[in-house]
Design a protein around this ligand. Structure first.
Ligand code: FAD
Ligand code: SIN
Length: 545
């Protein structure tokens, strides 16, 4: 298939959301192209450790999973979204199993095998289906093989979507809709337009906005920024989830120590060996993430220490190696034997709870643009995501969006538009690459310092002023120089940082992941923060959210 031929469906992103969507769309006589920034599997999904939450255990129920999700979401979950996604959990685990994913099993009753379920913070009981401590790898590599071999799917790696193309941007005298996207082909170093009848964004989150993060380099918020520039509303961006336990070691870039370690009895310790979580929450180590991350942040500041410790060493070494083989090996590579000693850990930016406002089919404000996965805001997570609900959401929304897209394409006679080439006639090669990397660094550092786990209005405003300065420089760069990956990512990161800060300033209360020292109480009327772009047309059928 020629890459530049128009396609029926363009899926931007090949994490669990994008790959599941492409596979669900295949087999319907549609031509699907999937784009990945780097190699096909690189993205947060690949690094998922704990697993996928689903009410599958004999003692479990949908009601209990719904209740835990809503409790973690601190008043902002949309109950219809929670109900919809939770109820489709078990069938989606079955779908993954049918694709060939091998989850851990256990023999529950003699002769009967069941999934082994692990426990994570905020869940009332064991509910997380997993493949050892490397669930993401098992899922991604299985789906990758399927996608690569499917004749309906064209895989384009090292290809970055720059911006969406809409009828308004082309000044067409036609109803507002998404027509395709401009793509930067990194290998051939050129930009071209790709027309599609439907575009689906599945580009993941934006945790790279922060200096310390558990996320890989792909999480630069590209999809959220593109949708915002195309006129879509963005919701609840202030709710940035910090994972409580990332390995603290100068050479361990972004390595997570799964919450499942606490689920199996791991205890958090101060440098002197004393425990502290009970002083912060009666659920101790298994309190929801916002509480645990804030408690660690508080204790680190109180004691002036660089990290706290997570100790699972009272379990037998064999048990640890069996349950957490990757974490065990990775720590050992840094001379930490977790079966004998505690692991140094710190919180790090982990998950973007907000995103592009969508309905439960992934529809956005822009006709023919869908957004699913971490880039979307469906209402499932509210003010704080419950552990292991993200992969679940990727799967369920891929299923529902695929059904909607197939029905829509069958019913619509929309054709693919002729798109203009990317205009590079006015630009030159950049001569100040160092400025781009300096700005990257500066942004991520002040976001960590001023827009982190604990916030104040003064710090947020300080961040806002710096974002304004960066935006000016980026505008200048973007219009005068040939764009490359670093500049594109910086432009998107700064855009998303602005959305986070704007949302945080609007929320004059403390709720879930958003903690303000100058507004420490929760307001009695929980409300979503919905940002409306200047070019919001309001003409499109808005998602019913
Ligand atoms: P991703 O998996 O991040 O994929 C994004 C894709 O978009 C990539 O293919 C990337 O190349 C592509 N992309 C991005 N921008 C562009 C662009 N401009 N052009 C083209 N392509 C682009 N959640 C759970 O539920 N359970 C867990 O156990 C769990 N563990 C986690 C452990 C770690 C270390 C991390 C980082 C996250 C974890 N999460 C977990 C969260 C979860 O993994 C993510 O929320 C989820 O994988 C997001 O999936 P996604 O498909 O939306 O995006
Ligand atoms: C983990 O394994 O701790 C990550 C789970 C998640 O982010 O949902």
């Amino acid at each position: 298939m020629n890459n530049e031929n128009p396609v029926d469906i363009l899926v931007i992103g090949t994490g669990l959301a994008g790959l599941s969507l492409a596979l669900r769309l295949s087999g319907h006589g549609r031509r699907i192209t999937i784009l990945a920034k780097g190699t096909l599997t690189e993205g947060s999904s690949l690094y998922a450790q704990g697993g996928i939450a689903a009410a599958i255990g004999r003692q479990d129920s949908y009601e209990s999973h719904v209740e835990d999700t809503i409790a973690a979401g601190a008043g902002l979950c949309r109950p219809e979204a929670v109900e919809y996604i939770v109820r489709r959990g078990p069938e989606n685990i079955q779908w993954l199993t049918d694709q060939g994913v091998e989850f851990d099993r256990q023999c529950a009753v003699a002769g009967q095998e069941d999934f082994h379920l692990s426990r994570e913070g905020g869940h009332a009981l064991r509910r997380v289906v997993h493949a050892q401590d490397a669930t993401g790898r098992a899922v991604e590599t299985t789906l990758e093989a399927k996608a690569r071999s499917h004749p309906d799917i064209c895989v384009m790696e090292h290809s970055i979507a720059l911006d969406l193309i809409t009828s308004t941007k082309l000044s067409l005298d036609a109803p507002e809709r998404c027509l395709g996207a401009y793509i930067l082909d990194l290998k051939r170093n050129r930009i071209y337009p790709l027309a599609a009848r439907v575009v689906a964004i599945a580009t993941g989150g934006a945790a790279k906005t922060y200096l310390y993060t558990s996320n890989p380099d792909t999480s630069t918020g590209d999809g959220i920024a593109m949708a915002w520039r195309a006129g879509c509303r963005i919701a609840n961006m202030e709710f940035v989830q910090f994972h409580p336990t990332c390995l603290y070691h100068p050479h361990a870039k972004s390595f997570l120590i799964s919450e499942a370690v606490r689920g199996e009895g791991g205890r958090l310790l101060l440098p002197d060996g004393s425990t502290f979580m009970q002083e912060h929450d009666a659920r101790g180590e298994l309190a929801p993430r916002d509480i645990v991350a804030r408690a660690i942040d508080y204790e680190m500041k109180r004691h002036g220490c660089d990290c706290v410790y997570l100790d699972i060493s009272d379990k037998p070494a064999e048990y640890i190696r069996q349950h957490f083989p990757n974490i065990y090996e990775r720590c050992l590579a840094f001379n930490i034997d977790i079966s004998k000693e505690p692991i140094p850990v710190v919180p790090a930016a982990h998950y973007t709870c907000g995103g592009v406002l969508t309905n439960l089919q992934g529809r956005t404000d822009l006709v023919d643009l869908y957004v699913i996965g971490e880039a979307a805001s469906t209402g499932l997570h509210g003010a704080n995501r419950l552990a292991s609900n993200s992969l679940l959401e990727c799967l369920v929304l891929a299923e529902s969006a695929s059904e909607d897209i197939i029905t829509r394409l069958a019913a619509s006679r929309s054709t693919r538009a002729e798109l203009p080439s990317w205009d590079e006639s006015q630009v030159t090669d950049p001569d100040e690459q160092v400025v781009v990397s300096h700005n990257w660094d500066e942004l991520r550092r002040f976001m960590w310092d001023y827009v982190g786990i604990v916030r104040t209005t003064k710090r947020l405003k300080r961040a806002q002023r710096r974002i304004g300065l960066l935006q000016e420089e980026i505008r200048d760069f973007y219009s005068n120089f040939r764009v490359g990956n670093d500049l594109l990512e910086l432009r998107n990161l700064v855009c998303v940082a602005e959305l986070i800060v704007l949302s945080a300033l609007r929320r004059q209360e403390s709720r879930g992941l958003h903690y303000m020292l100058d507004f420490p109480n929760e307001s009695p009327n929980p409300r979503d923060t919905v940002l409306i772009p200047g070019n919001f047309s309001g003409h499109c059928p808005a998602p019913t959210w």
